[in-house]
Design a protein around this ligand. Sequence first.
Ligand code: NDP
Length: 296
Amino acid sequence: MAAEIIDGKAFAARVRVRVADEVLRLKAAGVNPGLAVVLVGEDPASAVYVRNKGRQTREAGMESFEHRLPADVSEADLLSLIHRLNVDDAVHGILCQLPLPAHVDAAKVLAAVAPAKDVDGFHVSNVGLLGTGQKAMVPCTPLGCLMMLRERLGNLAGLEAVVIGRSNIVGKPMAQLLLGDSCTVTIAHSRTRDIEAVTRRADIVVAAVGRPEMVRGDWIKPGATVIDVGINRAAGTGGKDRLLGDCHFESCAEVAGAITPVPGGVGPMTIACLLANTVTAACRANGLAEPEGLTA
Ligand code: NDP
């Protein structure tokens, strides 16, 4: 194996330390950063995410407000909670855990979150700000990928980047962020012709597809940096699931200069960036200097 393994767990731990330092600075200025997480229903995976988010928020010294609503909550009641959180000065970030039950219009709920508190970066205002190169709240997963790329590669200007996947949550914002750092960006998707050849041009490959081990070593340019966002569950030994990325790790690691593993790569960065976004939102809300290195 030639590639350096990018340790997302260790990186995320360093981000959380930086966040905790910033929280102390904010508290010294009289601001107590707070994150509200809204969970609707009993989806077990969502409940685990929400628990982890709450724990890490408190460990960073921030206030965590958890709102658990029954699966049959009406859309009106959910919207009214979001409106209350929007005007609550103790809350600097609001995250509504997806997926929402089918009877709730998720787009309507995400649009109801005040853009300044939209720490997920999904509100169309933030999408527009990011797309026009202005200060936005940036979606957590692509922000984490950008931080890892900057740390490994320094200045990204002029590098060829291929983002595989064009979702609103990962692919598109990732491409915008790389463009913002002056990469030459290609977005590949299910209709891309000769995706192997397109990917082989890239100094930076970000795979966000949801297809286990789709990207093979012979798609990778020697020395490229490979960021694997994919989380795919496959049957493992002893009846336990194992997680696979969108990249075939062994063959890609033979060729790449650096690669993120799955698990332990991008995954841990997502919550760390949620905390970073909450600190950024608290700074902006109070006219304080934003932390360096925690935003795009
Ligand atoms: P989506 O399903 O929303 O998007 C997948 C994208 O991949 C689409 O744009 C689709 O193209 C493209 N695609 C599908 N099949 C192919 C193919 N054969 N060749 C090329 N492109 C293809 O997924 P997400 O963006 O939400 O998530 C992607 C992956 O990242 C998933 O595994 C998810 O679990 C993981 N993820 C991980 C996170 C983390 O914290 N680490 C956070 C969020 C997601 P088209 O648009 O043409 O259909």
